[in-house]
Design a protein around this ligand. Structure first.
Ligand code: TXE
Length: 499
């Protein structure tokens, strides 16, 4: 087990000292109108990292007004010019990669290698990808058949106005980017509300975007608690769309709040994704994929492969590999280069996950490894050892509810149709994994699974071009890809009389 060994750079220290001014409206950083702050902690040590502004209704009003003013010009900028700004932001993220990765690791706890090669790297790719779309977002000419005379009909993809992006704490920079970049590419302006647990990288991103040439007011950031700043954003009549990633409970609240104003919504909610290992798979690769599928980001991943269905014939082999490897994962401060797994984001999340471990034992599952907190130098952080349960039954809470932590439930199956049926029996449908060397089975099962993403012989892959989102209670609408871009537009049909 490791402790922090990487020095926090001067730029990041200065940024943290000024974090109380974490509301960014136009080109200005400011404290909240009410002057209140919320502490944010290093989850690896429990030490106070910074105080951020606790924004509320007045702050959201100011940000939405500013975003409306900026919308007038931003939507009229030529597509090429808009795309250029987004691509310059991508370059700037890469130039500031080290600083952004360190902030993300300090605030969220994840290992620096993950912040660097996943969060920051993908964020830059996302801005570049959507920057490329601005010049390709065209309409159609349509072959209409009017009863009288002739007409030319064409469609335009127009922006919605001000978009509210509400994001969680597990991938703050990346999820913030994958909501804001397509919104801006389509000509909208945005107010971003990061999670109160991890607001720093969103604020720094917005500053970097301004320095890279984004006109003031196009992207505003309001930090604060969900029931205050978040609720004010979802209730605001001037917000045309809410794009949200977070818990199913908050998602439902957003649907209710949007009923009056009929805001458009994209909701990416929880998951309980099935990862299925067939007996014809490369078992070693499957075990490795299962580990990656559950322990990435300490299991705080909406598409985590938290239900591992293993065919009875290869069950013992897979479980032996999981047990051996999980025990070797090095826990530590994310800023230590040797760390492979960091702490959970907060004491609340640790309690929640520990509660599920207790429930698993109580309900009769076998705890193969983990389940406890490490002591020594890590005792003050929100750490939990990588945990694997076997003998899990479908109805147990660890097989049905989203745990959002490093806890894997292994279930056994005997045939393909049974595996598909049980995988689909969840209320969620965000993602799934299939491990097989049988080509026909790979496609057959991928088509039968009720999930927005299916990975075959791989897991947890994300790309700016590939839509990401859920079936069933995992939400609706899609992030990423062309589909997400279209979700930030509305279609207008223009009729021209030709007689
Ligand atoms: O989520 P919340 P929490 C799941 C995961 C986790 C659980 C609770 O199972 O254990 O949710 O996490 C903002 N109006 N996921 O409580 O509250 C909030 O400030 C408007 C899965 O942190 O949904 C934050 O910015 N906004 C998920 C964002 O919503 C409100 C990722 C998400 O927080 C609000 C995170 C309100 N009334 C948690 N209340 C995933 N799908 O990846 C809160 N918020």
């Amino acid at each position: 087990m490791t402790t922090m060994s990487v020095e926090i750079p001067e730029a990041a220290r200065t940024f943290l000292t000024a974090a109380a001014q974490s509301i960014l409206v136009g080109a200005e950083r400011m404290p909240s109108v009410g002057g209140e702050t919320i502490p944010t902690f290093d989850p690896a040590t429990g030490a106070l990292l910074a105080n951020i502004a606790a924004g509320g209704q007045a702050d959201v009003d100011r940000a939405v007004d500013t975003a409306h003013q900026a919308f007038v010009q931003w939507r009229q900028l030529s597509p090429a010019a808009r795309g250029r700004v987004l691509q310059d932001i991508a370059d700037a993220i890469e130039e500031h990669a080290e600083e952004l990765a360190i902030l993300e690791t300090l605030d969220n706890g994840k290992p620096l290698t993950e912040s660097t090669y996943l969060d920051v790297s993908l964020s830059a790719q996302i801005w570049r990808y959507f920057g490329g779309w601005t010049t390709k977002l065209g309409g159609l000419t349509l072959p209409v058949s009017p009863a009288v005379g002739e007409a030319l009909v064409y469609t335009r993809r127009e922006p919605l106005g001000v978009v509210g992006a509400i994001v969680p704490w597990n991938f703050p920079l990346m999820i913030g980017s994958w909501k804001v970049a397509p919104a801006l590419a389509a000509g909208n302006t945005a107010v971003l509300k990061p999670s109160e647990f991890t607001s720093l990288s969103a604020l720094r991103l917005a500053e970097i975007a301004l320095e890279a040439g984004l006109p003031p007011g196009v992207l505003n950031v309001v930090t604060g608690l969900g029931p205050d700043a978040g609720q004010a954003l979802i209730d605001h009549p001037g917000v045309a769309k809410i794009s949200f990633t977070g818990s199913t409970a908050t998602g439902r609240r957003i649907v209710t709040a949007s009923a009056g104003s009929l805001k458009k919504l994209t909701l990416e909610l929880g998951g309980k994704s099935a990862n299925i290992v067939f007996p014809d798979a490369d078992v070693e690769a499957a075990a490795q994929g299962a580990l990656n599928g559950i322990f990435l980001n300490q299991g705080q991943v909406c598409c985590a492969g938290s239900r591992l269905f293993v065919h009875r014939d290869v069950h013992d082999e897979v479980v032996a590999a999981l047990e051996a490897e999980a025990g070797e994962i090095l826990l530590g401060h994310g800023l230590d280069e040797e760390t492979q797994m960091g702490p959970l984001v907060s004491a609340r999340q640790l309690d929640r996950v520990a509660g599920y471990v207790e429930a698993g034992v109580r309900e009769g599952a076998t705890l193969v490894c983990g389940g406890e907190r490490p002591g020594g130098a890590l005792a003050d952080g929100h750490f939990l050892k990588p945990t694997v349960f076997t003998d899990v039954r479908d109805e147990m809470s660890i097989a049905t509810e989203e745990i959002f932590g490093p806890v894997l439930s292994v279930l056994t199956f005997d045939d393909e149709s049974e595996a598909v049926r049980r995988a689909n029996s969840s209320e969620y449908g965000l993602a799934a994994g299939v491990w097989t060397n049988d080509l026909k089975r790979a496609h057959r099962v991928a088509h039968a699974l009720e999930a927005g993403t299916v990975w075959v012989n791989m897991y947890n892959m994300i790309d700016p071009a590939a839509p990401f989102g859920g079936y069933k209670s995992s939400g609706y609408g899609r992030d990423l890809g062309e589909e997400s871009l279209l979700g930030y537009t509305q279609t207008k049909s223009v009729w021209i009389g030709m007689d």
